[in-house]
Design a protein. Structure first.
Length: 390
């Protein structure tokens, strides 16, 4: 397989603290990077780069690890523009709109769902994202949830079983019976296509006991737990995530100090979703509190047709810097290495020999421009697994 060198990278984020200036971003100035067999083979100064079969001159542009978007809901059909419009006229977000998407998703053919998912993944790639997690949760019957995960698996290995998104419409008066279905027959049908199990722990969705029952059953089937926690109100979701050793607790909009201590102690990543607060006009979580408490923070889009219909990690980085008290360096780390931690992956989210050659080239002299130039399409090139995709 031919080797490729990307040379004259003005500023390279490696997320390898052993490299460069010793900061968490492991910045290397005037860098080069060699790709071999889909992986990073060498990183160093451009002047010392070994020869390769193909040469790409970055012309002083910055490069970063491809973004790792560790939370999205992309197996769906239908449109919720009207709901968004109503929200922007003052209606609150309640998660009730999930039912609208469930109806449309159930009616859609496999081909439509798969094409919609593929189109969104392509949109993400063009914005520099090379690893994407996505979930079921708009089917809410055994067959529909298994179908969603089977289709998702054809696009990404990072799939999450979210049968516990809301109580299925057939069970509206019996959340416990629906919980038993999710933790039993539905889990059995979905586990072969999923890597994680998730539940929306919230008033009106699943309470602490129901959440615990579903995640524990998923764990027994070999799935890794993650939780939609503390999104619309303060509840037990974060504590349950920490107690069960979940890979991440996602949203974390309403937290107290005990929640942050539990996350720090357990090592559970807090996945913050600025697109969701933006699109639901909710107050943003203060990432500074999480970082000062020693919590690992990931940033992700939560891309879904209801609460956060953005596929853009650059947008999330910019909002996290402006509204959530993160520095540009912290936000970049959380959108790459943080996302990889939330997915328990060490081959992505960083650039070092042996890591996957997922590289996003920016039309900018440094990664700081992602926050400094919000809304500007700065992605100039994307390699995924060593292959130039954009
Ligand atoms: O992460 N909180 C629950 N689920 C999604 C919203 C899904 C929807 O509104 O369709 C979320 O925000
Ligand atoms: Fe979500």
């Amino acid at each position: 397989m031919p080797t490729t060198v990307i040379t004259h990278i003005g500023s390279l984020v490696t997320n390898d603290p052993a490299r460069g200036d010793g900061s968490p971003l492991g910045l290397v100035q005037d860098a080069a990077l060699v790709i071999e067999d889909g992986a990073v083979a060498w990183i160093g100064r451009a002047s010392e780069a070994p020869a390769a079969d193909e040469v790409h001159d970055a012309g002083g542009r910055a490069a970063i690890p491809g973004f790792v978007d560790s939370h999205s809901h992309l197996v769906y059909a239908g449109d919720r523009t009207a709901e968004f419009n109503a929200r922007m006229s003052g209606r609150p977000y309640t998660a009730g709109g999930i039912r609208t998407t469930v109806r449309a998703t159930r009616e859609a053919a496999d081909e439509e769902l798969s094409a919609n998912l593929g189109a969104h993944l392509r949109e993400m790639l063009r914005q520099g994202t090379t690893t994407v997690e996505t979930k079921s949760g708009y089917g809410l019957t055994t067959d529909q949830e298994a179908r969603a995960l089977r289709l998702a698996r054809e696009h990404t290995p990072e799939t999450t079983f979210l049968g516990a998104h809301i109580v299925g419409p057939e069970f509206e008066d019996d959340a416990d019976a629906y919980t038993a279905l999710v933790a039993g027959e539905m889990l059995d049908a979905c586990a072969p296509y999923a890597r994680y199990v998730d539940a929306f722990c919230e008033k009106g969705a699943f309470d602490g006991d129901q959440t615990r029952a579903i995640l524990t059953a998923g764990k027994a089937k070999g799935l890794i737990p993650r939780v939609h926690a503390n999104q619309l109100s303060h509840g037990p979701g974060i504590q349950i995530a920490a107690e069960l050793g979940a890979a991440s607790a996602d949203h974390c909009t309403h937290t107290d100090d005990a929640d942050l201590a539990a996350l720090a102690d357990s090592g559970t990543v807090a996945t913050l979703l600025p697109g969701c607060e933006f699109s639901t006009r909710s107050p943003y979580p203060d990432a500074r509190r999480f970082l000062e408490a020693g919590v690992t923070v990931a940033l992700s889009t939560d891309c879904n047709p209801g609460s956060s219909y953005t596929s853009s990690m650059p947008f999330c980085v910019a909002v996290a810097v402006r509204e959530m008290n993160m520095t540009p360096d912290e936000a970049l780390w959380s959108a790459t290495a943080g996302g990889a931690r939330a997915l328990l992956r060490d081959d992505v989210g960083r650039l070092a020999p042996g890591a996957r050659a997922d590289i996003t080239l920016l039309d900018a002299p440094s990664h700081v421009h992602l926050a400094y130039r919000p809304g500007v399409p700065l992605v100039a090139g994307v390699w995924r697994g060593g292959v130039r995709e954009v």
